[in-house]
Ligand binder design. Structure first.
Ligand SMILES: Cc1cc2nc3c(=O)[nH]c(=O)nc-3n(C[C@H](O)[C@H](O)[C@H](O)COP(=O)(O)OP(=O)(O)OC[C@H]3O[C@@H](n4cnc5c(N)ncnc54)[C@H](O)[C@@H]3O)c2cc1C
Length: 459
């Protein structure tokens, strides 16, 4: 008899934890495990701002999916672009652009999220995200290029626009990004004798009245104080009205000469979610506490893509989109898939939030582990210790630790690689948001590709 097929979509915190646990719990004869992922690594997203800042190399936060021969999951290099839950088929575009259809018995959806955007003139063309390795590497190159070009220019207006940088989003991703990149330019400018450090300005903008509200008022104020002391202009209660190639207009009327707009104003569930045609809550797939999607058989969803009830908080609360929840949901989803296979009862996901760590670069940090408020070096030790221990492989731990030590001792060389320097990394291109099918197109595909399906249905 054919083995049931478990198809996992997305190799992030949720997907990889799920796959590894399935490999451990199930024998090869019990089920086939297949993972759909565009990349051959799991990206450790919380350390991405440090990649942009050059503290860590890109490789150190890209954890290989093929690290061990024991990993028996079959990997399909591509992205899922639609799901037909009635036919139990997932449509995949592989990395060559070919479309293939995969039948599944169990589907675990963990495609994460994309940068949330709004209908702001110029944002689609000018905004750059901080969600993928390519974006982090691109932003680093772009920022160093602005210093190079400003240094080479005699035009005052050009220099002014190249030396102002705008980050939108006062959550932890945006705050860490602004703080880490400000350290990058503060360090780099010493190598440009023609540039006046006073000309470089970083702006952090958020429509909310406070930075990182989840930190609480006191610690949020500490973070604000650190940023302001370092010269970062923080504007709260303000957003972007319009973005152009050489200026950004804010909603309070200010016009900032600027050629760098980094957009980190929240996340939206992967567009894959909409192809299922099932219920969503603020764009995330509605799931039961046991991570099953109501109304469709054999489908689980988790991580940033799913609105998982937060049983620890109770009421209508859903889990926030964090790595902390995603990885634990991955383990619960795997355990529940195994439970279904073995006829055991499913268990609900529950986890009490452990808190937040925010690395602002150097000795600056704020952390709130288990409700304890920390700042300065203790907060930095907790932040780095937490991320270090959360890295899944020993080789990644060694790479990250070595990078931290090397950076602390030898600093940065501020090298601009020049990769894709002539192609703007728009959010659309970098995060593949246009790749998805409509539910109708999914059904057309599953019908027309039926002959090309990879095997008879099982179970
Ligand atoms: C800059 C930054 C800093 C952060 N800091 C923290 C922090 O300090 N603490 C914390 O808890 N959280 C942090 N987060 C949030 C955290 O990274 C996310 O909540 C977490 O990654 C969600 O896990 P996930 O598995 O749902 O998605 P992801 O980890 O994003 O993984 C999704 C995976 O699916 C793949 N994928 C996407 N679409 C498809 C598709 N159609 N088909 C197949 N594969 C697909 C992606 O390539 C990716 O590998 C941070 C996020 C950012 C951006």
């Amino acid at each position: 008899m054919a083995r049931p097929k478990i198809l996992v979509v997305g190799a992030g915190f949720a997907g990889v934890e799920c796959v590894r646990r399935l490999e451990r719990e199930l024998s090869a004869s019990e089920a086939e495990i297949v993972l759909v992922t565009p990349f051959s690594y799991q990206l450790y997203l919380p350390l991405l701002p440090q990649v942009a800042a050059g503290v860590l190399t890109p490789q150190s936060v890209a954890l290989s999916l093929r690290r061990s021969r024991r990993h028996r999951t079959r990997i399909i290099p591509g992205g899922a672009i639609g799901v037909d839950t009635a036919a139990k088929v997932c449509v995949i575009r592989d990395i060559t652009g070919d479309t293939v259809a995969q039948r599944y018995d169990f589907l675990v959806l963990a495609p994460g999220s994309v940068t949330r955007t709004f209908d702001i003139p110029g944002l689609a063309e000018q905004g750059r995200g901080m969600k993928t390795l390519a974006e982090a590497v691109y932003i680093r190159d772009h920022v160093i290029a602005q210093l190079d070009l400003a240094d080479a220019s005699h035009d005052e207006a050009e220099r002014a626009s190249r030396l102002q940088f705008v980050v939108v989003g006062g959550g932890y991703a945006g705050t860490e990004t602004a703080a880490c990149l400000q350290r990058l330019t503060a360090g780099a400018v010493r190598r440009y004798p023609r540039l006046d450090p006073g000309e470089i300005t970083w702006h952090l903008v958020d429509i909310a009245p406070r930075l990182m509200p989840e930190l609480g008022e006191r610690l949020g104020d500490v973070a604000l104080g650190i940023l302001r002391r370092r010269g970062i202009q923080v504007s709260l209660g303000v957003s972007v009205a319009e973005a152009g190639p050489e200026k950004v207009t804010l909603t309070d009327g200010r016009v900032l000469p600027c050629r760098t707009l980094i957009w980190t104003a929240g996340v939206a569930a992967s567009p894959l979610v909409a192809t299922l045609g099932t219920e969503t809550a603020r764009g995330r797939l509605v799931v039961r506490p046991d991570l099953t999607v109501p109304g469709v058989g054999g489908v689980f969803a988790l991580g940033d893509a799913a609105a998982v009830p937060d049983l620890a908080k109770g009421g209508d609360a859903v889990c926030p989109p964090t790595a902390q929840h995603a990885s634990r949901q991955g383990r619960r989803a795997a355990a529940n898939v195994v439970a279904v296979l073995r006829g055991a009862p499913l268990r609900p996901y529950t986890h009490k939030d452990l808190g937040l760590v925010v690395d602002l670069g150097g000795k600056d940090a704020v952390s709130k582990p288990l409700g304890i408020e920390l700042r300065g070096l203790p907060a930095q030790a907790v932040a780095r210790g937490y991320h270090w221990s959360a890295l899944r492989t020993n080789v990644a731990k060694i790479r990250v630790m070595t990078n931290w030590l090397l950076n602390a001792v030898a600093g940065d060389d501020f090298v601009r690689t020049g990769f894709l320097a002539r192609r703007p990394a728009t959010l659309r291109d970098a995060e593949f948001v246009d790749a998805y099918l409509t539910p109708e197109q999914v059904r057309e595909h599953t019908a027309s590709l039926r002959a090309g399906l990879d095997g008879p249905p099982t179970g």
